[in-house]
Design a protein around this ligand. Structure first.
Ligand code: NAP
Length: 305
C-alpha cells in the first residue's frame, strides 16, 4: 500500500486528533497514524476538570468524543505503528508496519510515556502489583492498601481516584512540598490519603506479587518497610521522540522537540504538537498546538505552490 498525502500526523492523542481535524478542514489530504488507540495518556486520566466545556469528564470519555468528531473529517488509522520516516526531496516517506505513506508535511504528536521510578523490583512486579495507571488497574485494589509514588498532578489525581474507589492510599513523595496544582493539593488534604514526605521507594518486595515497599527517608536517612498490595508509579513522563531524533529534529536537554510559535521544528514542513514538545502539558494546550501545527502546514504548503 502506498498513498500520497499533504499531511501525515504521527500520534492520535489530543494534539494529533486536533491537527488532523484542522488539516482536513483546511483542505489538506490528511492522515492520522496511531500505534495504539486514540487518546494517548489522556485515556488514563481518572477525571478531567479543566478542559473547557466539560465540568468533569473521564479521560477516556473525552477522548472518545474527540475521536468521534475528528473522524468526521479525517481517517485515523489505529494500531499502525510508524517504524521510521525518511526525508526525500521535499517529501517525507512514512513507513509503518502495514504500509508506506508519502507526505508533503508531517506533524509529530507522539506524546510521552511513563517515566520509571528506579525502585528495585519495579520491572519484576509490573502487572503483579505495580502499575502506571490507576484508572486502568485501580479496581483490582479495592479495599486494599496501595502507595502512589510522586507529587505532581498525575500522582495526586491517581491517589484521589484510588481513595474514591475504596483503597487505603499513601502518597510517597521525595520532597516536603507537592508539585501538583493547589486545587488538587486542597482536595488531597480534605481526603483520607496519607502522605509520606521526603521519602523514596528503594525497593518493591514480595514473592509472586507485591507485598510491600522499602522506603527511605531522605532527611533522616532511615529505611522502613510498609506492607502494601499495590504500587502506583506516577513520577512524570518522557517524550516519545525516537522518530524525531532519527531524522534530525532538534530536541531540548530533556528530549522534548523544540518548536517555534507556529509549531515548526528545525526541519522544513515537520511540525510538533502536544506533550512531545514539553512545556505546559495540558489537553487544552495539546489541542491548540495541534491546530496551530496543521494551520502552519497549510500556510507552508500554500507558499510552495
Ligand atoms: P510531573 O509534574 O513531572 O511530576 C512528577 C512527580 O514525580 C514530581 O513530584 C517529582 O518530584 C516526582 N518524581 C520524579 N522522578 C521521581 C523519582 N525517580 N522518584 C520519585 N519521585 C519522582 O509529572 P505528572 O504529574 O505526570 O504531570 C505531567 C504533566 O501533565 C504536568 O505538566 C502536569 O501539569 C500535567 N497533568 C495535569 C493534570 C491536570 O489535572 N491538570 C493531570 C495530570 C497531568 P519533584 O516534585 O521533587 O520533582
Amino acid at each position: 500500500m502506498k498513498k500520497d498525502y499533504d499531511l501525515v500526523i504521527v500520534g492520535a492523542g489530543p494534539a494529533g486528533m486536533s491537527a488532523g481535524m484542522y488539516g482536513a478542514r483546511s483542505g489538506l489530504e490528511t492522515l492520522v497514524l496511531e500505534k495504539g488507540i486514540s487518546g494517548g495518556l489522556s485515556n488514563e486520566a481518572p477525571e478531567i476538570e479543566n478542559y473547557p466545556g466539560f465540568k468533569n469528564v473521564r479521560g477516556m470519555e473525552l477522548v472518545e468524543k474527540m475521536k468521534e468528531q475528528v473522524s468526521e473529517y479525517v481517517e485515523i488509522k489505529e494500531l499502525e505503528n510508524v517504524e521510521r520516516i525518511e526525508l526525500k526531496e521535499n517529501q517525507a516517506v512514512v513507513f509503518t508496519e502495514k504500509g508506506v505513506y508519502v507526505s508533503k508535511a508531517v506533524v509529530m504528536s507522539m506524546g510521552a510515556r511513563h517515566r520509571k521510578s528506579g525502585a528495585k523490583g519495579e520491572d519484576e512486579f509490573l502487572g503483579r502489583g505495580v502499575s502506571y495507571c490507576a484508572t486502568c488497574d485501580g479496581f483490582f485494589f479495592k479495599g486494599k492498601s496501595v502507595v502512589v509514588i510522586g507529587g505532581g498532578d498525575s500522582a495526586v489525581r491517581e491517589a484521589l481516584h484510588l481513595n474514591n474507589i475504596g483503597c487505603d492510599v499513601t502518597v510517597i513523595h521525595r520532597r516536603d512540598k507537592l508539585r501538583a496544582e493547589p486545587y488538587l493539593q486542597n482536595k488531597l488534604e480534605q481526603s483520607s490519603v496519607a502522605i509520606l514526605w521526603d521519602s523514596v521507594v528503594k525497593a518493591i518486595a514480595g514473592d509472586k506479587k507485591v507485598e510491600g515497599v522499602v522506603t527511605h527517608n531522605k532527611k533522616t536517612g532511615k529505611d522502613d518497610e510498609l506492607p502494601v498490595d499495590g504500587v502506583f508509579i506516577s513520577v512524570g513522563e518522557e517524550p516519545n521522540n525516537e522518530l524525531a531524533t532519527q531524522i534530525g529534529v532538534t530536541v531540548d536537554k530533556n528530549g522534548y522537540i523544540i518548536t517555534d510559535k507556529s509549531q515548526r521544528t528545525n526541519i522544513e514542513r515537520v511540525y510538533a504538537a502536544g506533550d512531545i514538545t514539553g512545556g505546559v502539558r495540558q489537553i487544552v494546550v495539546a489541542c491548540a498546538e495541534g491546530a496551530i501545527a496543521a494551520l502552519a502546514a497549510y500556510d507552508d504548503l500554500l507558499a510552495l505552490t
